[in-house]
Write a protein that binds this ligand. Structure first.
Ligand SMILES: Cc1cc2nc3c(=O)[nH]c(=O)nc-3n(C[C@H](O)[C@H](O)[C@H](O)COP(=O)(O)O)c2cc1C
Length: 400
């Protein structure tokens, strides 16, 4: 059996392929014409996530921008993530007397100022020199959670030093479980509040293969050392470092990992990448504290349904035994309202803040959060919701 390696599925550098992929730009920018007429100006002039995306596009290396922007294969799941939100309509009741909102909520018993968290996103130092440090600081300033990716290219200690705000650590599991165990200890020591175990592993994107997108050697060496592979160093030939990276990670995880992790940490465990009710049910039995309903932003396996389509039934299965969050396709404050109305405790965003980081570093990430916050506030006031708990499915019209 031919096994996929982490190098293949995460940062592919293999030869290009012939078929032309549809334009990721259209998939993400969405409304035809929306992308015209936006000047690349100051970040605070951006009035939508689509504006910020265009600023990132103007400022970033094309292959790095594509790495953020695109989805798997024909990108149908990427497009569906966005369109599925648009098919849900909001029908606000009139004369509710609400003129102010409190957007704060509790996530795993901890207060956040907005129900919008930063999803784990790899490679942030390729988007901006300050990378994850800038993103973590922006999340802290907004009073929300920074989800640090295993592959962000900073150590847990560096991220903890940059931001005292609440942080989750997303774990990709090294095959060497001693390295994993030590990493989990360090995460706890550094004050992270939860471990996010991503189980929908691997990305399969035409554009990255076509662009021969790969992580520069110095970033990769640092990343591997940050994880705890201390024997990796800059004196090694690049191909040896790449080969090590390609083989270092466990891509064949089973349910056993949750019990293994539970024995080694007191931190809450959040399972990321759940779409099936049976899996949500098993996750609850295994005792996870949280579930992220996610299809990895349409980056992994094209043809999967949107995550918003799975949300309601997974909330029902979790039945309060685990908190349920959602990511994949959030581009507007109304998307946040829709996800909360269908039972999500909070949402996570990936591409929006990756674009913000590429456009303007910390200020760009902050602007993304600000825009989503303000749009959510407008939606809540329009719907007569003075607080997050007032948001309910009554506000929605679901059409197929
Ligand atoms: C550039 C990029 C890198 C990502 N890297 C990771 C990662 O390292 N770990 C992970 O669990 N998810 C990763 N994701 C997926 C996000 O956590 C999240 O599930 C997804 O971006 C949500 O969809 P959205 O981009 O439509 O908001 C990545 C997403 C992007 C855009």
């Amino acid at each position: 059996m031919k096994r996929r390696t982490f190098g293949q599925v995460m940062f592919t550098a293999a030869g290009g392929i012939g078929a032309a992929a549809p334009d990721g730009e259209t998939a993400n920018a969405g409304v035809p014409g929306q992308e015209q007429g936006v000047e690349v100006g100051e970040i605070n002039e951006a009035v939508s996530i689509a504006d910020i995306r265009l600023m990132a596009k103007a400022r970033m290396l094309p292959a790095t921008f594509d790495y953020i922007d695109t989805g798997s294969c024909d990108q149908t799941t990427l497009v569906e993530n966005v369109l599925a939100f648009r098919r849900i309509q909001v029908l606000p009741p009139l004369l509710s007397g609400v003129g102010m909102t409190d957007m704060s909520t509790d996530v795993l018993g901890r207060k956040v100022q907005i129900p919008i968290l930063l999803a784990p996103v790899a490679g942030q130092r390729m988007f901006h020199p300050e990378g994850g440090l800038a993103a973590a600081r922006a999340a802290d300033r907004m009073g929300t959670i920074y989800g640090m990716s295993s592959s962000v290219h900073n150590s847990v200690e560096e991220i903890a030093e940059a931001s005292k705000g609440p942080k989750w650590f997303q774990l990709y599991v090294p095959k060497d479980r001693k390295v994993t165990a030590r990493l989990v200890e360090r995460v706890e020591e550094a004050g992270f509040k939860a471990i996010v175990l991503t189980v929908d592993l691997g990305e399969w994107k035409d554009s990255d293969r076509r662009n021969r997108f790969s992580v520069p050697k110095d970033f990769l060496v640092k990343h591997l050392r940050d994880i705890g592979f201390n024997h990796i160093n800059m004196d090694m030939p690049e191909q040896d470092v790449q080969k090590f990276n390609a083989e270092a990670w466990d891509l064949a995880l089973s349910w056993e990992i949750i019990g293994w992790l539970r024995k080694r940490t007191k931190l809450p465990i959040i399972l990321k990448g759940v779409l099936r009710e049976e899996d949500a049910h098993r996750a609850v039995i295994e005792g996870v504290d949280g579930i992220v309903v996610s299809n990895h932003g349409g980056r992994r396996l094209d043809g999967m349904p949107s995550s918003i389509a799975s949300l309601k039934s997974i909330v029902e299965v979790a039945d309060g035994h685990a908190e349920v969050y959602l990511d994949s396709g959030i581009r507007r404050g109304t998307d946040v309202l829709k996800a909360l109305a269908l039972g999500a405790k909070a949402v996570l965003v990936g591409r929006p803040y990756a674009w913000g980081l590429g456009a303007a570093g910390e200020a760009g990430v902050y602007r993304v959060l600000e825009l989503l916050r303000d749009e959510l506030q407008n939606a809540m006031i329009s719907c007569g919701c003075a607080k997050v708990d007032d948001i309910s499915a009554e506000l929605l019209r679901l059409s197929e």
